[in-house]
Design a protein around this ligand. Sequence first.
Ligand SMILES: Cc1ncc(COP(=O)(O)O)c(C=O)c1O
Length: 395
Amino acid sequence: MFKHASPAGLNTRCVHAGTQRDPLVGAVNTPIHASSSFLHPNENVSQVCYPRYMNIPVQQAVADKMAALESVGLEEDAAAQVRAMPLSTGMAAVSAPLLGLAKAGDHVVLQADLYGGTHWLTLNELPRRGVDFTLVASSDPEAIAAACTPRTRVVYVESPTNPLLKIVDLAAVAAVAKACGAVSAIDNTFATPINQTPLTLGFDVVIHSGTKYLGGHSDLSCGVAVASGEIFDAMFHWAVGVGCTLGMHDCALLERSLKTLALRMERHNDNGMAVAEFLAQHPRVERVHHPGLSTHPGHDIASRQMRGFGAMLSFEPRLTPAEVRAMLARLKVVTPAISLGGVESLVTLPAETSHNKMTPEARQAAGIHDTLIRLSVGIEDAEDIMADLDQALSI
Ligand SMILES: Cc1ncc(COP(=O)(O)O)c(C=O)c1O
């Protein structure tokens, strides 16, 4: 069987890691066991099998594939310790380090520039559990270090961020967390393990909204959390305890999607770069946020820590709010819709969708203006995406 500590490349890991062949009929793909009840006692299996415990073959297969992908570049011994868990949503994965690790009396340090749902969870769920937190306005490692206290249990960041694509120096932040005895956790949704493997930069926990690129076809809601040792165990017991495990049919869909993740990301990266450059020179566009542009403030750090710049970007059009609405209505290839990371290009207004739970003041402070447009560049022909944006922007 494929071992995730083996030196195989990303495409090989996507296709083969974790697959559990069926000895009964020789199915090449991992079987889906459509059962919530498993024989017990069972002389062939020592553990108690149950979907919520994440120990059914298709759940293990997807966990092993994600562990293999996130451990690319680690030394063999460290890679062998990495484990992953398939969860019901991205928010379950966000919660794993925040609610699964921090306990009453602990303190958590987070970047202020977070996905809106994570921002909401922090403001509402941490205080209810007696966990203090500090939201750090800047993503500079020094500012994060200044917010850490001896009680800090978790340092939590996103990079690139949603929706402004800010870049955090991950090696520096991991070192800051380590120095204060805290666990470092990152939401790696925008980058995916194809473009960025934070464990190799010193991070302890990597989480994903698998609803985005991992699923990749806008037909699946799921999350993944990755870590090693006691940190993994603590998050795992929390997830099994609260019951936010991913069901078996969805695990099968996720396993299938992950087989083409590297292939899809290659096209996403190319298209993301082409569309960012196109928009950056468009007369109706004031500013484009994409880490691949040399004008982006995080470009140098992104070039160091990412294998590709991804296909998420946001831009500030030279349009009034009413003109922005008219522009969205004129799009024919790009679809105005929430979510991101699918094969199809999607646009949204973060102020009205992903970040609508933040107060207008908090949004303004974070630089998320009402006319900011976020674009998830799909894998269509780049020329068609650009032509569509061009005709919609021309008023
Ligand atoms: C960066 C990021 N993290 C987490 C989430 C939450 O994921 P889900 O909607 O799958 O719960 C989202 C959702 O948009 C996201 O964009």
